[in-house]
Design a protein around this ligand. Structure first.
Ligand code: SF4
Ligand code: SF4
Length: 234
């Protein structure tokens, strides 16, 4: 049994075990922190930077999904500084690819769209990059549309950690980073993919979807993923 830590989150006294993250402790106590790459049951990697919080005594923001609770910690999850930071993070996700919600299969159920709405992001201040990226429709049942991919790596982790197939990886860095199957083989020619569909179910946007899905058709099988192993509490 892990030792108990007491901390303060947004003015509330919270008890958590030493192995819990700040995100997990907050959620267990009904305190919402937005995330895009976190998913219960998968390892946390702090990729999306949306779950950043303020720690008293620390000049920098920290990712709550990969920060362990500590005794006496004082955490702030809502502030003008955090809102501005999160709005910029979400804006960058939109601008780095080509997100045209009106013609997207995930319109209405997209977690990126939901984060933008929750943060009041109603216009962009920076210019879009409009990269030319590929759509891979070679799989008999599923499609990867890189235009909608935010590189959260949920698909990479669920495929490796739950299905054990390890089909996906992220190749390249920065603006050139791309999701690839079998180290660059078209998805339809993958020798590792079992066609289980787990990656499609965990994708927060319309980047992975089942063939035949129409624009804005709800993802009927969320919520969600009973096969995920509950090792991360929240
Ligand atoms: S369908 Fe299953 S095995 Fe294939 S890439 Fe997705 S998660 Fe991996
Ligand atoms: S395809 Fe979806 S789940 Fe995979 S990295 Fe891109 S946005 Fe995340």
């Amino acid at each position: 049994m892990s030792e108990v830590r007491t901390l303060v989150i947004d003015g509330h006294d919270v008890a958590a075990t030493a192995d819990q993250t700040v995100l997990s402790a907050a959620r267990e106590n009904g305190i919402h922190i937005p995330t895009l790459c976190h998913l219960q049951g998968l390892s946390d990697i702090g990729a999306c930077r949306l779950c950043m919080v303020e720690l008293e005594g620390s000049p920098r923001l920290v990712a709550s999904c990969v920060t362990r609770v500590e005794e006496g910690m004082r955490v702030t999850t809502v502030s003008e500084r955090l809102n501005a930071y999160r709005r910029r993070v979400v804006e960058m996700f939109f601008l780095e690819r080509n997100h045209v919600c009106a013609v997207c299969v995930a319109n209405g159920s997209c977690e990126l769209q939901g984060a933008a709405r929750d943060l009041g992001l109603d216009h962009f201040e920076l210019a879009p990059l409009h990269p030319e990226v590929a759509v891979d429709a070679t799989h008999e049942r599923f499609v990867l549309d890189q235009n909608r991919c935010i590189l959260c790596s949920r698909c990479v982790r669920v495929c490796a950690e739950v299905e054990g197939a390890h089909t996906w990886d992220i190749q390249g860095r920065g603006a050139d980073a791309r999701l690839v199957s079998d180290l660059g083989t078209p998805w339809g020619s993958s020798t590792t993919c079992t066609s289980c569909g787990k990656c499609v179910q965990v994708c927060p946007t319309g980047a992975l979807f089942e063939k035949g899905r129409s624009v804005a058709e709800p993802k009927a099988r969320r919520p969600y993923l009973p096969y995920l192993v509950d090792h991360s509490r929240a």
